[in-house]
Design a protein around this ligand. Structure first.
Ligand SMILES: Nc1nc2c(ncn2[C@@H]2O[C@H](COP(=O)(O)OP(=O)(O)OP(=O)(O)O)[C@@H](O)[C@H]2O)c(=O)[nH]1
Ligand SMILES: [Mg+2]
Length: 310
């Protein structure tokens, strides 16, 4: 007789696998695009601007052989020391907690000081780590990839290296199989219908923030955030009131645009995505408010939804 919890796969007990996998890397390398690819659904917002992701975002992949919870994190960055920056880095580092594996994302052909800082954290975590070399579609001369991969291999003992394009859905063959083989045996933690642990109310704020980032590009003040003030669901229509907070009066005009044109476009694109997500009609009202220098104030950062992760 052996104790029940010593059952190996294939023996009595489950043969399913369950685990959490962190997606880490510096800002803008494509971590959130990758999460969405891995789960096969848009969960985490993406934009050409660095520091798009500001929270710990989960994406759940359920298959017959088990379940994987991917954890997308803010890009780990250097520079910037206001309360928001500090909070983002804390959240990003918490991505390493309680996970079984790491996906370390870099951009093909580029390894910066910021990447090196993330690699130092990867080293500390001491977990099986797969290197994902993203944005290979941007590399014209594919032969140039090989020396980069070899250089990366020399930096750390990665479990595997995958050149991929999250945008074009290239290079993912075999990756999920490999992840499952490295995960512990265990029962799924979530219902197979669940694709994330974050709430639809929170997702609504994220979608609005994504449209702001995409439509305002470099004009968008970094210190902009979105709070949902009212979220009323009914079978056919969802009413959402949201406030866009900026840090200074002068930034209000940028978000609103000439004759309200920017805000209108943000609203219309966000409403489109929200209607798809919620499968109801959506009545969306947007306001822009100033909260002086909120990103410099630890308490304001927390009260606007950037709590310390549990
Ligand atoms: N060309 C190309 N662009 C990509 C690829 N993957 C992501 N991108 C783009 O890179 C930008 C950043 O992508 P995100 O997924 O938001 O990057 P991130 O690492 O999550 O960024 P942060 O949340 O700011 O840390 C977006 O404009 C994406 O469309 C890719 O494979 N090829
Ligand atoms: Mg992101």
């Amino acid at each position: 007789m052996r104790p029940v919890d010593a059952a190996a796969p294939g023996e009595a007990g489950t043969t399913l696998r369950f685990g959490q996998i962190a997606i880490v890397g510096r800002p803008n390398v494509g971590k959130s695009s990758l999460l969405n690819r891995l789960v096969g659904q848009k969960i985490s917002i993406t934009a050409p601007k660095p520091q798009t992701t500001r929270h710990r975002i989960t994406g759940i992949l359920s298959e017959d052989r088990g379940q994987i919870v991917f954890v997308d994190t803010p890009g780990i960055h250097q520079g910037g020391s206001d309360a928001l920056n500090r909070q983002l880095n804390r959240t990003a580092r918490s991505g390493f907690d309680d996970v079984d594996m790491i996906l370390f994302v870099v951009q093909a052909g580029r390894f910066t000081e910021e990447d090196a800082a993330v690699l130092a954290l990867v080293r500390q975590a001491n977990l099986p780590t797969i290197l994902l070399v993203n944005k290979i579609d941007l590399v014209k001369d594919k032969a140039a990839l090989l020396p980069f991969l070899m250089e990366m291999q020399g930096r750390f003992d990665f479990t595997a290296l995958y050149p991929i394009s999250a945008r074009r859905d290239r290079g993912f063959e075999g990756l999920i199989d490999l992840l499952f083989t490295h995960l512990p045996v265990g029962e799924p933690m979530y219902d197979p219908d669940e694709v994330t642990t974050i709430t639809t109310r929170f997702m609504a704020a994220e979608i609005i923030r994504e449209k702001l980032a995409r439509l305002l590009h470099d004009e968008l003040p970094y210190k902009t955030t979105v709070m949902i003030e009212r979220f009323a669901s009914a079978p056919t229509v969802t009413e959402i009131d949201a406030v866009i907070y900026v840090a200074r009066e002068s930034q209000k005009g940028i978000v609103i645009g000439k004759g309200g044109s920017k805000l209108k476009e943000v609203g219309s694109q966000a409403r489109h995505d929200l209607e798809q997500m919620l499968e109801t009609r959506v009545m969306l009202q947007l306001w822009v408010r100033v909260r002086e220098d909120w990103a410099d104030d630890e308490r304001a950062v927390q009260s606007l939804g950037y709590q310390l992760p549990e």
